[in-house]
Design a protein around this ligand. Structure first.
Ligand code: ARG
Length: 381
């Protein structure tokens, strides 16, 4: 392994700011050579390198071996500039579903992902990898942002019951023929929408049995009980593209455990999401007449306490934002010992609650993204 940072940087494959993707042969070679330098990675033999380049010349593509895929997924996590949870990057379960070729098969593998990763609350970081895209970039797609999310129903006055972030997707599901529960609530699980290249999307039932949910209550008063708040235990992001060695996987749902602020400071608190702070403040009997009473800040802290305490009490793994920041710092130190630079997005890594208390607050990060990685892709709808 090279200890010269300049050399180490050069043989990584940059993804940010490239107008055109590199030729596949070059991306493949860079990836296989990257593996060579990693302790604990499968080290491709010269014969494997020749075989891949021959395969690309002959067929225009190649496929990753299972050990390459496994390590590639872990590298994609390690390279994820928005993720504060990367200390755990070597502990990722990779479920190989590249041979699932029907919509039903893909749906079944999604349900399996939910069961495997949820693990009765002892959450295991997991990614399920479906078939790669063809040379035109077409492959299987999961249209949901996450496998378990709550519907956002628009009414005539353009108000939303449920999660406003899912209002467009909910409209789409209804259009595709989804029949929501007779009595609609703010926490109805959405169906799963799957498409294969060149085919119409197909709708599958909400993963009710497979989705563990947690009721949210305040630890020292019953003041939040009548809001009947709940959230899913496992966030499975299903709309990003996984890229490894020039191969693109447009369906590769991945999940870890939650940090409490994702739910308490964003999903529940954002004005364009569940917007619960005014309601919570009222129940806590805070003075909401002026912003200068800091009622929003106080309600936010209590809401986050409620989320953390509720998850912890029922034994669903969750990390608080202080521990998460500390773990990222540990990750940075381990990486630096190995002569690798940690890139990051400061605006994503700083928790949305008590930002300046985070151990990461006074640090700076280079936001450049490298391959392998999880990348945004165009919405199919
Ligand atoms: N922030 C998203 C949510 O609230 C989840 C993103 C992934 N988070 C995670 N801890 N793996 O649902």
């Amino acid at each position: 392994m090279s200890s010269c940072p300049f050399l180490a940087m050069q043989d990584r494959l940059r993804l940010t700011g490239r107008p055109k993707p590199l030729p596949l042969a070059q991306s493949a070679k860079t990836f296989l050579q990257l593996l060579q330098k990693e302790k604990g990675a499968p080290h491709p033999t010269p014969q494997r390198l020749r075989k891949v380049s021959g395969k690309i010349k002959k067929t225009g593509t190649y496929s990753l071996t299972l050990p390459e895929l496994r390590y590639g997924c872990r590298l994609a996590w390690r390279n994820s500039v928005r993720c504060i949870g990367r200390f755990f990057w070597t502990k990722l379960d990779v479920l190989d579903a590249r041979r699932a070729t029907t919509e039903e098969g893909i749906y079944e593998a999604c349900l399996h992902h939910l069961r495997h990763a949820t693990h009765q609350g002892a959450i295991r970081s997991t990614v399920t990898v479906f078939a790669p895209a063809d040379s035109k970039g077409h492959g299987p797609r999961i249209w949901n942002y996450q496998l378990s999310r709550y519907a956002g129903y628009r009414n005539r006055k353009k108000q939303v019951l449920g999660d406003p972030a899912e209002a467009d997707f909910t409209d789409l599901c209804l259009h595709l023929g989804w029949r929501p529960p007779k009595k609609r609530t703010a926490f109805d699980l959405l169906p799963i929408v799957i498409s294969l290249p060149g085919k119409k999307p197909r709708l599958f039932p909400p993963p009710k049995k497979e989705t563990l949910e947690v009721s949210i209550r305040h630890p020292d008063s019953s003041c939040l009980d009548s809001l009947h708040l709940r959230w899913v235990a496992l966030p499975v992001v299903s709309n990003m593209r996984l890229e490894i060695g020039g191969i693109s996987f447009p369906a590769a749902p991945f999940s870890g455990w939650y940090m409490e602020t994702e739910i308490g400071a964003r999903n529940f608190a954002d004005e364009n999401r569940y917007n619960l702070l005014p309601e919570v403040a009222r129940r806590l009997r805070l003075d909401t007449s002026r912003t200068s009473t800091l009622w929003k800040d106080r309600a936010l802290v209590e809401l986050n306490r409620a989320v953390l305490d509720s998850f912890t009490k029922v034994g669903v793994r969750m990390i608080d934002h202080h521990s998460a920041s500390a773990s990222h710092l540990r990750f940075e130190n381990e990486e630096s010992k190995k002569g690798r630079q940690v890139n990051g997005r400061w605006d994503w890594l700083i928790p949305p609650l008590s930002g300046s208390l985070s151990r990461l607050w006074n640090r700076t990060y280079d936001p450049t993204e490298y391959s392998p990685n999880f990348l945004p892709q165009k919405r199919p709808y």
